[in-house]
Design a binder for this molecule. Structure first.
Ligand SMILES: Cc1cc2nc3c(=O)[nH]c(=O)nc-3n(C[C@H](O)[C@H](O)[C@H](O)COP(=O)(O)OP(=O)(O)OC[C@H]3O[C@@H](n4cnc5c(N)ncnc54)[C@H](O)[C@@H]3O)c2cc1C
Length: 392
């Protein structure tokens, strides 16, 4: 029997592929109910889709056991133990345990009204706590924090985003794009405080305010911490599998025990853990082939991140830092901003703000890594942008 632990996007995809190949598979997940589209949680928070729209169908041939945590892996007997005491035997075990959100260990971090942003349950708790005109604070101005802020603002809350560094989404954006995004959020009523060091959450049983190191007190009925994630590797580590930041795997997604595979955010391939759903799906497909006895090989490719915060389209892919790269910039103060990073006449990173229709075209150029040659002169004007300008 193939057993997949974790019914997030990676585990669900892998179980589906194994079932489609005609092999028996059991999918065990500790969240209740049917698997759902985690990426679409922000749209649910912002009332753009219903909860039902997020639910994913599983093939009838997948045995799904929701609301059950796996508590131990016994490699000597090839069995696992569940939290209800049951024992299941496996021939192949696939770990897809994902990540847990990091909680800053500050005073007040466990008060009611202090939430993470990871699961359907987190979003349901945010929706239950959201009151029009009530103050909310989001700690973290990365991709997730901004999506949470936009969703709470869409529910009428007065939202302040606290970000510890000097610009939003510093892993994806440069200063110019981050400043434009900040202006856009301000126009939507979201307040941003950069270089903000939150030191405590105040309140008796419920959160009431966030205190900053400089003494500022920000009222907050709801506090969302979106400060990063940590791969869930405890099961694997306790079973004696090789781990570093994640569970170490080879290109076929095999861990240090060839009967056990790992995929998605819990896996570490060639020193890197993925943090996006697209590469997690590729890993899931590779693991399904490996589990079914077919050769398969995972090749990492450049990450990309698309985000639409309250109507501001932003897209970035590949490298962000400018060191030893040459930037090409298109800066239309009222419209698009584009920064393209080149090394040795190849595109290695792209950042688009305001007009992102050319994203797939730039992604292909990054992945192909071919010399740009004559294309270089017109590179900031992708086909969609050029077409749109010509039509004006
Ligand atoms: C709000 C939000 C928005 C996002 N937006 C985007 C986006 O726009 N684009 C993008 O590419 N990515 C996005 N991401 C990231 C994306 O969701 C993750 O990369 C993806 O979910 C990783 O999938 P996974 O299956 O590896 O892990 P997870 O989604 O974390 O799934 C792991 C599952 O395993 C379960 N589990 C863990 N341990 C056990 C155990 N012992 N027993 C049973 N079950 C267990 C967990 O509870 C969880 O359900 C977003 C994430 C969030 C939270």
């Amino acid at each position: 029997m193939n057993i997949v632990i974790g019914a997030g996007p990676a585990g669900t995809r892998c179980a589906t592929r194994i079932a489609e190949a005609g092999h028996p598979v059991t999918l065990i997940g500790d969240e209740p109910g049917q698997p759902y589209d985690r990426v679409a949680l922000s749209r649910y928070l912002a009332r753009e889709v219903s909860q039902q729209d997020l639910i994913s169908d599983l093939p009838a041939t997948v045995t799904h056991r929701p609301g059950r945590a796996v508590t131990a892996i016994h490699r000597d007997t090839r069995t696992i133990t569940l939290d209800d005491g049951a024992t299941l035997a496996y021939t192949r075990l696939i770990l897809a345990t994902g990540s847990t959100p990091i909680r800053l260990p500050m005073p007040g971090a466990t008060l009611q009204g202090v939430l993470a942003y990871r699961t359907m349950a987190d979003v349901d708790a945010m929706i239950a706590a959201a009151r029009p005109d009530a103050p909310a604070v989001v700690i973290g101005g990365g991709l997730l924090g901004l999506e949470a802020a936009a969703g709470l603002a869409a529910r009428g809350m007065r939202v302040t985003v606290l970000h510890a560094v000097d610009r939003l989404m510093e892993r994806q954006l440069d200063h110019t794009a981050a400043a434009r995004l900040a202006r856009h959020l301000a126009a939507k009523g979201i307040t941003l405080i950069t270089d903000a060091r939150s030191v405590a959450i105040e309140g008796d049983t419920n959160a009431q305010a966030v205190r900053l190191a400089d003494g500022q007190i920000l009222p907050a009925d709801l506090v969302v911490m979106a400060v990063g994630i940590r791969p869930r590797i405890d099961l694997a580590r306790e079973a004696g599998l090789a781990t570093a930041r994640g569970i170490q795997v080879d290109a076929a997604m095999r861990t240090s025990d060839p009967a056990i595979l790992a995929i998605g955010e819990c896996a570490e391939h060639d020193g890197a853990c993925v943090g996006l759903v697209a590469p997690a799906f590729v890993q899931a497909d590779v693991a399904a082939r490996t589990a079914c006895g077919h050769p398969a090989c995972y090749t990492p490719s450049a990450d990309s991140a698309a985000l639409k915060v309250a109507g501001a389209p932003v897209w970035s892919a590949g490298e962000v830092e400018q060191t030893d790269t040459q930037p090409l910039i298109l800066d239309d103060p009222d419209g698009a901003y584009r920064r393209l990073l080149l090394r040795d006449d190849r595109l290695v990173g792209a950042l688009l703000y305001g007009a992102t229709e050319d994203a797939a075209w730039y992604m292909r150029l990054i992945r192909d890594a071919a010399p740009l040659g004559a294309l270089r002169a017109t590179l900031p004007f992708g086909p969609a942008y050029t077409h749109a300008e010509a039509a004006e």
